[in-house]
Design a protein around this ligand. Structure first.
Ligand code: SAH
Ligand code: SF4
Ligand code: F3S
Length: 466
């Protein structure tokens, strides 16, 4: 073991790119590593192991991680003992090509094999120790991007409670994979087939989180509205997903339920009704529309029309007046004409989304759309992006200003990033509210009066209840 500390003393730093699924996966890996005796490093500089949990959804997301790994490779010249690894969606879809292109990489673990990370790190450290006194020993990188039955149930452990930090909100992975194969999207290839955990397993995890102080859970999956559709039969006309929402709603001590990402097609009448019936389900629905043009929606293989989408919005607003509706939009899909784009712009004006994530189309390997010419020029994509952003921001300014003077309930999540005495909470509609308060209020449901607003944030004062 010359020159090497035993793995138990090693410190790991995980940097996460991409969506909430990835954040959750990183947390589960961190928890498994802690159980194995590893420690979490506060910064890369303190770390013996640096893992990048990657995203492939757009080229930019991949380039960021690859660029970061290049920088870490520079650092490794000075600290050759550092272990570098890739996890997540890019690890899954690029596999061994990553280690060929970046020989500094020691470990590549795909999306169905996260839970083997502690074993692989142990092995890397053991092999290095054994090789330390062997002249010119060559150590090969470990690449594991296999599929594994049952892996959906391995994203289960939380760091909450193990690092002494009280956490107010928690993510719960309910399913993995997606089989929609929207023409532009790489996710079905990086996350594999749809696989769902059981309702009982998820309920038990939510109960554990609540016992550790969590007040709000977000149920996660690449397409949560497809949850359990192959394994859990409908009951009284209710889909497996709605049955799950009902079960989670019954967990005592839990205050709020959110979920992401759903597919608009999954908003059947049973789910709309759930917004009426389940008091813990927050009045927020993320409905990724992608485009307002029927022609483009069809080319994307989304399975709904503009009118059908607008009907869902209407039904949800009727079921829960005041519900926040948020969305994702892609501009510059192959063949998107000025007319198609105008239809998206028009849809945004009609719906007045409460938030929209607007993306410039990026061709992804393996996807059907990547076969089509990426024919909307970059500066035109940029222009369309700007037009929608300005429209969105003008709407948000107006909506937020209209909140001033109103009283809302927030769940206090912790200190605001801006520091000082500023605390941050969220309304049930998912608006961020910043107020002067104290750390003691973390985890409380507070009534606040809104006193000011910007495009992104509301400012408030706690209302003293007599
Ligand atoms: N499961 C979610 C989407 C996950 S990806 C859903 O069906 O809505 C998040 C968002 O990234 C998508 O909604 C889409 O707007 C965007 N996106 C996906 N692939 C993209 C691509 N090739 N180019 C640009 N944006 C893309
Ligand atoms: Fe991708 Fe979402 Fe379509 Fe699945 S439903 S293929 S994750 S955009
Ligand atoms: Fe990215 Fe994978 Fe999430 S591609 S968006 S990290 S599911």
């Amino acid at each position: 073991m010359l020159g090497y500390a035993p793995p138990a003393l090693k410190r790991v730093y995980i940097k996460t790119y991409g969506c909430q699924m990835n954040e959750r996966d990183s947390e589960a890996v961190a928890s498994l590593l802690i159980q194995r005796g590893y420690r979490l490093a506060r910064t890369e500089r303190d770390a013996d192991v640096i893992l990048l949990n990657t995203c492939s959804v757009r080229d930019l997301a991949e380039q960021k991680a690859i660029g970061k790994m290049n920088l870490l490779g520079q650092m490794k010249k000075k600290r050759p003992e550092v272990v570098l690894g890739y996890l997540g969606c890019m690890a899954q879809s690029r596999g061994a090509t990553l280690t060929q292109q970046q020989p500094v990489v020691d470990l590549v673990v795909g999306t169905q094999r996260f839970h083997h990370v502690p074993d692989y790190l142990d092995k890397i450290f053991a092999d290095r120790a054994a090789a330390a006194d062997q002249y010119d020993a060559e150590l090969k990188a470990i690449v594991d991007v296999a599929e594994e039955a049952g892996s959906e149930s391995t994203i289960r452990d939380h760091v909450i409670g193990t690092n002494g930090d009280r956490q107010v909100t928690g993510f719960v992975s309910i399913m993995q994979g997606c089989e929609m194969f929207c023409s532009f999207c790489i996710v079905p290839y990086t996350r594999g087939a749809e696989r769902s955990r059981s309702i009982g397993e998820i309920e038990a995890e939510v109960e554990r989180l609540v016992a550790s102080g969590v007040k709000e859970v977000t149920l996660l999956g690449q397409i949560v509205t497809s949850y359990g559709r192959k394994t859990i039969p409908k009951k009284a006309g209710k889909s497996a997903f709605v049955q799950l929402l009902e079960a989670v709603n019954d967990v005592p001590g839990l205050e709020r339920i959110r979920f992401t990402s759903p597919h608009p097609k999954g908003f059947g009448d049973d789910l709309v009704q759930a917004y009426r019936d389940l008091p813990k389900l927050c009045e927020h629905a993320h409905l990724p529309v992608q485009s307002g043009s029927d022609r483009i929606l069809k080319a994307m293989g989304r399975g709904y029309s503009r009118d059908w989408f607008l009907k869902i919005v209407e039904k949800l607003r009727a079921a829960r007046p005041g519900i926040a509706i948020t969305t994702d939009i892609i501009v510059g899909y192959p063949g998107e004409t000025a007319e198609d784009f105008a239809a998206t712009e028009e849809l945004m004006r009609v719906v007045e989304f409460d938030q929209a994530y607007i993306f410039k189309y990026s061709p992804r390997r393996d996807t059907p759309a990547a076969e089509l010419p990426d024919d909307v020029p970059t500066d035109e994509k940029e222009r369309r992006n700007q037009v929608l952003l300005e429209l969105l921001n003008a709407g948000l300014d107006r909506k937020h200003a209209a909140m001033v003077g109103k009283t809302v309930e927030i769940l206090v999540e912790g200190r605001s990033a801006k520091g000082g005495k500023r605390m941050l909470g969220r309304t049930r509609r998912n608006d961020i509210v910043v107020f002067d308060g104290s750390e003691r209020q973390k985890g409380e449901l507070l009534t606040v009066k809104i006193t000011g607003s910007t495009t992104t944030t509301l400012y408030g004062e706690p209302v003293i209840k007599l």
